[in-house]
Design a protein. Structure first.
Length: 141
């Protein structure tokens, strides 16, 4: 199982209610892994792509509406299989540059489009749910 979870996201979360939810899951995940949240400045796809490149590698996935969709149980298995650092990249309002999508597998939270801010909360909740599933705790029903 992973020892470190890194979430790299373009743009800042401005909505207080989303920050509150994000902070709750950051706190909960602290019991299971080292969590690193990295916020990059929203400065256009090309500049963002250059800054995101350094986070690509084994164990890196990009959130993309066209990526593979998982059930919560399937996602829990993906988390369980990862070794070392699991890096999840969330693009900004303009998404992710196509050049990066070719270099890391895509994961989709839904066929629907969500704000990048909401994606952070949804993703953290799903990672927490994965840990609950993998440790046979009652959170997931």
């Amino acid at each position: 199982m992973i020892s470190k979870l890194r979430i790299v996201a373009v743009g800042k979360v401005k909505e207080g209610y989303l920050l509150q939810g994000i902070n709750e899951y950051v706190k909960r995940l602290g019991a299971f892994c080292r969590l690193e949240l990295i916020e990059l400045k929203d400065e256009g796809l090309v500049k963002e792509a250059k800054r995101l490149e350094k986070y690509l590698g084994a164990g890196t996935f990009i959130l993309d509406v066209k990526g593979k969709q998982f059930t919560s149980e399937e996602f829990a298995q993906l988390v369980k299989k990862q070794e070392g650092t699991l890096t999840l990249i969330i693009g900004g309002a303009d998404g992710i540059d196509e050049s990066l999508k070719k270099r890391a597998p895509g994961i989709s939270l839904s066929n629907m489009t969500f704000t990048h801010e909401m994606c952070r909360l949804f993703l953290l909740e799903q990672v927490y749910r994965a840990y609950m599933i993998n440790t046979n705790r009652p959170y997931h029903r």
